[in-house]
Design a protein. Structure first.
Ligand code: NAP
Length: 314
């Protein structure tokens, strides 16, 4: 049987929440083990410039910011491993986790900072053409569509941010929103509404994405939210920016989740319904979802885990 790697504190996830929890628990001499999956750094590594993280008056690139977080966590003794945890048993003490290839981990306290992933629409052509003109990441794929027509789906801050970023590349950016007003913050709305390269199609929803792996995306079929009238619009790319799904599947049936799958911590706390398990960042936050709030909740989780370990070691 594979050897089990034990740590006092195991942190799952390496976004701002996980790495902040690592900085704090490492500085508390708890020698945390941080395990992350295939996207180290989380969502900020697929973003461009971050203008609202305090301490960077000129802005900072998302991936650079996450490298700084990681450097700081490692400096104080965090061990970082890449593995995809496939199962967790929170009924055992210490908690047991299994990674790929049956790698085993155990820990006294667990900090869940697994974040959230982009939501998809499930329309025809979306998954078939993902990577062939369909994308959920403007930073990653925008440059492929220089001087092309680019469509963005959604009306929140993400959709507006993606649309604005994509104006650097596209000849035109078409924002498709299912209602007649944007959900995004006022400043983002103003930027989008006043941008000469952005056209907004109001009250429209995506029905089908046309194209092939050879041709890429060529067009979409949209329908009107009220009249259901359909129309075909030509485009070379479709960026889906309609929100996120929390990465909490591992904990279903073990941790309390809300109807959208977000972990439910105790009020004003990161404590979950299982003693010794703490949740921070986007996996438990459907309201703020900011790097700085994720980092703040990572700090809370670390302090709560530290106090819990102290109390439970008696
Ligand atoms: P969001 O605020 O939940 O917005 C999702 C958008 O997608 C909404 O406009 C929604 O339409 C639309 N949508 C959802 N499901 C859809 C469907 N099935 N078909 C068509 N449209 C659909 O998500 P977000 O934009 O990813 O933002 C998440 C959080 O992060 C927010 O709190 C946001 O402020 C924050 N954020 C901040 C920044 C920044 O400050 N720089 C950048 C990105 C995100 P409805 O409006 O009709 O519901």
């Amino acid at each position: 049987m594979a050897e089990t790697k034990h740590s006092k504190v195991l942190i799952l996830g390496s976004g701002p929440a996980g790495l902040t929890a690592a900085i704090y628990t490492a500085r508390a001499n708890l020698s945390p083990l941080l395990v992350h999956g295939p996207t180290p750094g989380g969502q900020l590594t697929t973003t461009t410039e971050v203008e609202n993280f305090p301490g960077f008056p000129e802005g900072v690139m998302g991936p650079d910011l996450m490298q700084l977080f990681e450097k700081q966590a490692v400096r104080f003794g965090t061990e970082i491993l890449t593995d995809t945890i496939v199962s967790v048993d929170l009924s055992k003490r210490p908690f047991e986790l299994t990674g790929q290839g049956d790698r085993r981990y155990s820990c006294d306290a667990l900090i869940v900072a697994t974040g959230a992933n982009p939501r998809l629409l499930g329309v025809e052509g979306e998954s078939e053409l993902m990577g062939y003109g369909v994308s959920t990441c403007a930073t990653c794929d925008g440059a492929f569509f220089r001087d092309k027509v680019i469509m963005v789906i959604g009306g929140g801050d993400s959709a507006c941010e993606e649309a604005l970023f994509l104006t650097r590349f596209g000849s035109k950016v078409i924002l498709v929103h299912r209602r007649d007003s944007l959900r995004a913050s006022k400043i983002m709305q103003d930027r989008v509404l006043n941008h000469e390269k952005i056209e907004i199609l109001w009250n429209k929803q995506l029905k089908k994405i046309h194209g092939s792996k050879e041709s890429g995306v060529t067009a979409v079929t949209l329908f009107h939210s009220e009249t259901k009238e359909e129309e075909q619009v030509n485009t070379d790319a479709v960026f889906i920016a309609i929100g996120h799904i929390p990465n909490s599947q591992l904990f279903k049936g073990q941790l309390e989740l809300d109807e959208n799958g977000y972990i439910v911590p105790a009020p004003n706390s990161t404590r979950t319904n299982v003693e010794g398990v703490f949740a921070c960042g986007d996996v438990q936050d459907h309201v703020f979802r900011q790097a700085v709030t994720a980092a703040g909740s990572g700090c809370m989780a670390a302090i709560e885990a530290e106090r819990w370990l102290e109390d439970s070691s008696g």
